[in-house]
Design a protein around this ligand. Structure first.
Ligand code: AHR
Length: 511
C-alpha cells in the first residue's frame, strides 16, 4: 500500500443501515454463463484425457475453482450460439451426434457435450441450477415445447421416454428458461423487430406454461443500455408478454473506450442507471396494464469484455470452422477486476429488482477461470471480487446504507462518486462491506459508521490493488495478482477508518 501514502487523498463516508430496512438477496444473483463458444466447454470444463478429468471428461481442477468461485445458476447453452442450436443434436449416443456449423462464432460444434453432460456436471458441482435458453432465432414454439417436454415431463411421452432411454430417468425439472437471446441485436441469427419478438416470445411462453405452469420465464430485454431501440424494445415486449413472464433480461459489457480509464472505472454508474431505467419501464408497464403480476430483472450477461480486440474476432472463410479454438480469451487486469467488483456492488444495491444475474462467462471465454489444455487452471483477477462477494453476500440481506464523498469528472458520465460501497448482513449475523475506489490517482480516507450491534465484532480487511493496475495473472505468473490482507485500519467503538488505494476493491468483514 506504499503507493497510497504518496498519492493525493480524498474522503468518503459510509453509514451502514439497520436490518429493519434490508432486502434479501436471491441466490440466483451469483449465476454464471457457459456457452458453446471457443474453449468455454472444450478444454475448459470438459477435457477427456486431462490429468484431473473424471470418467466423464470433466476437469477436476476447473470444478474445484468453480466451487471456490461460488457461482449458483448456470445459463446454458448460449448466448448467440443458442439462436442456431438444435438441442436434439446434443442428446443421445455420442457416436451419432452430428457435427454442425455454428454460425454465431464461425466455428464447428461436434456436440460431444450437450444437455445431459451439463446436467451431470452441475450435479457434480453440487446441484447448481440450470438456466436453459431456447432457440427463438432459427426455431420457435414447437422446438421449445419439445425441449421442455424432454426435460420436465417425468415419463410416458415420446420425448420424456427418449430422455429416459438416454440415461436420465428423473426429469431435469428445469425451472428457469430464457426465451431466446439478445433478439434485439442485428448480429443475432434470426434477429427480430420488437413486435415480432414480443409476439413469438408471448406465444412460446403461454404454450410452455400450458405444459408446466410453474416456470420462471425470462424475456429478452436490451443487449445493452446503448442499443438504439433501448426503452422502446422493453416497452413493446412487456406490453405483450407481461403476464406470461417473470423476468426481463439486461446485458452489459464494459471496456475502456479510446483509453478513457476514468470513465471505464465508473462503469458501475452506467449499470446503475440501466437498472433504474428498466425498473421504471417495468413499473410503467405494470401500471398501464393494471397488473398485479411482478416482473424482475435477470441481468444474465455482465462483465468486462474487450470486444474490439483481436481475441474477439471470429474465424473467417467457407472452409474454416474450427472446433474449440480460443475465442474471447481476455486476460484481465487489476483495473478490470475493480470494475467487476463495482458491478457486483451495483447488482447487490438493486437486489430488490435484480433477482438473477449471470457473470459472462465462466471458463476461458471472458472468464474468471483460465485453463491450459493438458495443463493447469488458474484464477483471473476478476475471480477475487466475485468469489468473495458470493461467499459473504449469498444468503445475506442488503442493508440500506448512506454514502457520501468526493467525486471526479468523467467524459462519459460527468461527475461520478469516487467510491461505491454496499453492506450486507449475513444469515450468521456477520457484516460485510464491499467498497471500491474508482479514482486513477487518489487514495480515499474511508470512514465507516457501524450499527451499534457490530462494535464488538472482529474486523478483517483485504484489498485488491497493485501499484501497476495493468497487472494480470497468466499461465506463467498465475498468482501475480492476489488479495492483500490488511492490518493498517483502525476500529474504534463503532467506527472503522481505512484507506482505499486508487483503483482498488476492498472487503471489510466483521464476524
Ligand atoms: O458472452 C458473449 C456474447 O455476448 C453472447 O454470446 C451474446 O449473448 C452476447 O452478445
Amino acid at each position: 500500500m506504499t503507493q497510497g501514502q504518496q498519492t493525493r487523498r480524498s474522503r468518503a463516508q459510509f453509514r451502514v443501515g439497520e436490518e429493519q430496512e434490508s432486502t434479501s438477496i436471491d441466490d440466483r444473483l451469483f449465476g454464471s454463463f457457459v456457452e458453446h463458444l471457443g474453449r468455454g466447454i472444450y478444454s475448459g470444463i470438459y477435457e477427456p484425457g486431462h490429468p484431473t478429468a473424471d470418467e466423464q471428461g470433466f476437469r477436476g481442477d476447473v470444478m474445484n475453482l468453480v466451487k471456490e468461485l461460488g457461482v449458483t445458476t448456470i445459463r446454458y447453452p448460449g448466448g448467440n450460439f443458442v439462436s442456431g442450436y438444435r438441442w436434439e443434436d446434443g442428446v443421445g449416443p455420442r457416436e451419432s451426434r452430428p457435427r454442425r456449423l455454428d454460425l454465431a462464432w464461425h466455428s464447428s460444434e461436434n456436440n460431444e457435450f450437450g444437455l445431459h453432460e451439463m446436467s451431470d456436471w452441475l450435479d457434480k458441482l453440487g446441484g447448481n441450477e440450470l438456466m436453459e435458453a431456447v432457440n427463438l432465432g432459427t426455431r420457435g414454439m414447437q422446438e421449445a415445447l419439445d425441449l421442455l417436454e424432454y426435460c420436465n415431463v417425468p415419463s410416458g411421452t415420446e420425448l420424456s421416454e427418449r430422455r429416459r432411454a438416454n440415461g436420465h430417468d428423473r426429469p431435469f425439472d428445469i425451472r428457469m428458461w430464457c426465451l431466446g437471446n439478445e433478439m434485439d441485436g442485428d448480429w443475432q441469427i434470426g434477429h427480430k423487430s420488437a413486435q415480432e419478438y414480443a409476439d413469438l416470445a408471448n406465444r412460446t411462453a403461454a404454450a410452455m406454461r400450458m405444459l408446466d405452469p410453474g416456470l420462471d420465464l425470462v424475456v429478452c430485454g436490451s443487449s445493452s443500455h446503448t442499443m438504439p431501440t433501448f426503452g422502446l424494445w422493453e416497452r413493446t415486449v412487456l406490453e405483450r408478454c407481461f403476464e406470461n413472464v417473470n423476468f426481463l433480461s439486461c446485458h452489459a459489457y464494459y471496456a475502456p473506450k479510446d483509453g478513457d480509464m476514468a470513465s471505464f472505472l465508473a462503469s458501475g454508474v452506467d449499470m446503475d442507471s440501466f437498472i433504474t431505467d428498466v425498473t421504471a419501464i417495468i413499473a410503467a408497464s405494470r401500471a398501464r396494464l393494471g397488473s398485479d403480476h411482478q416482473v424482475f430483472i435477470s441481468f444474465d450477461e455482465w462483465n468486462v469484455w474487450y470486444q474490439d480486440e483481436e481475441a474477439s474476432r471470429s474465424p473467417e472463410g467457407i472452409g474454416n470452422w474450427p472446433l474449440g479454438a480460443p475465442l474471447l480469451e481476455d486476460v484481465y487486469s487489476v483495473a478490470d477486476a475493480v470494475v467487476v467488483g463495482d458491478l457486483l456492488i451495483t447488482l447487490l444495491r438493486h437486489a430488490d429488482v435484480v433477482h438473477a444475474a449471470s457473470l459472462a462467462q465462466l471458463v476461458n471465454v471472458i472468464a474468471p477461470i483460465m485453463t491450459e489444455p493438458g495443463g493447469p487452471a488458474w484464477r483471473q483477477t476478476i475471480f477475487y471480487p466475485f468469489a468473495l462477494t458470493a461467499r459473504y453476500a449469498r444468503g445475506a440481506r442488503v442493508l440500506k446504507s448512506l454514502q457520501s464523498g468526493d467525486t471526479y469528472e468523467t467524459s462519459r458520465y460527468g461527475q461520478v462518486p469516487m467510491t461505491d460501497s454496499v453492506a450486507v448482513r449475513g444469515a450468521d449475523g456477520s457484516l460485510s462491506i464491499f467498497a471500491v475506489n474508482r479514482s486513477l490517482e487518489r487514495s480515499v480516507d474511508f470512514r465507516i459508521a457501524l450499527p451499534e450491534q457490530d462494535r464488538h465484532r472482529k474486523a478483517t480487511v483485504s484489498t485488491l490493488h497493485e501499484d501497476d493496475p495493468s497487472a494480470r495473472n497468466t499461465l506463467e505468473h498465475q498468482e501475480r495478482v492476489v488479495m492483500h490482507a490488511r492490518q493498517d485500519f483502525k476500529m474504534e467503538e463503532n467506527v472503522i477508518n481505512l484507506q482505499l488505494p486508487p483503483i482498488s476493491w476492498t472487503l471489510i468483514h466483521l464476524a
